[in-house]
Design a protein around this ligand. Sequence first.
Ligand code: 13P
Length: 254
Amino acid sequence: MKPLIVANWKMNPQNLAQAKQIFNSVKKGLEDVKSAEVVICPPFIYLPTLFDFLSRWIKSQIKLGAQNCFWEEKGAYTGEISLLMLKNFACKYVIIGHSERRGILKETNSMINKKIKAALSFGIKPILCVGEKKEEKQKEKIFVVLKSQVEQGLRKISKKEIENIIFAYEPVWAIGSGNPCSLDESHVVRLLLQKIIAQKYSRQVAQKLQILYGGSVKSSNVNGFIKDAGFQGVLVGGASLDPKEFIEIVKNAS
Ligand code: 13P
């Protein structure tokens, strides 16, 4: 399976002209790179333009994704974006439960669970983010934290549906810090996640999981997370806004 490289632009860049520039540079730089699957998750407001660019480019290796969604299809939910709307712009993936949404916007595991179920029902692959905070790591609570995020996030989700969910291990303390998780430690956590899934579902389901690593990924460390720590791809924040660096990440991941 090709590694999956997901760009999470977060609330960047600050205008459409810059978004077009980053996107076009990445698209050009990856024209001949077929060894990885690349997904770009821009802010909602740039999706229509990028969708338009992509639809005029038949050779596209790049797919679009969203950084969040709402669980209802339509109605009185001021400020929200539905999965049906995302589907209109060919979004194939949606990031759910990012630590910035859990922390700053108080998103709960129960909200995350509703979003995952809704995404699955629209055929959009959820990228479920899990990870511990610094204090939780210091108190050796990684397993407990991940277990509750996974169990509550996946409430009433079947064995069959799990195949369409991508997991992203993003230790909160590593995000935007320039200080990624070590390969040994991230490898252990990847196995812990598989154990949690094996206990909830089965060992076969756990073995097929697609798990990404996120948190200070750059071109110089991406290969280790894939080759040594065994992740199936990465979720990239800051470095995804620098086209040259992001192109290197994709190339080095392959
Ligand atoms: P950084 O790559 O900037 O650490 O961000 C990681 C992240 O939060 C991706 O979702």
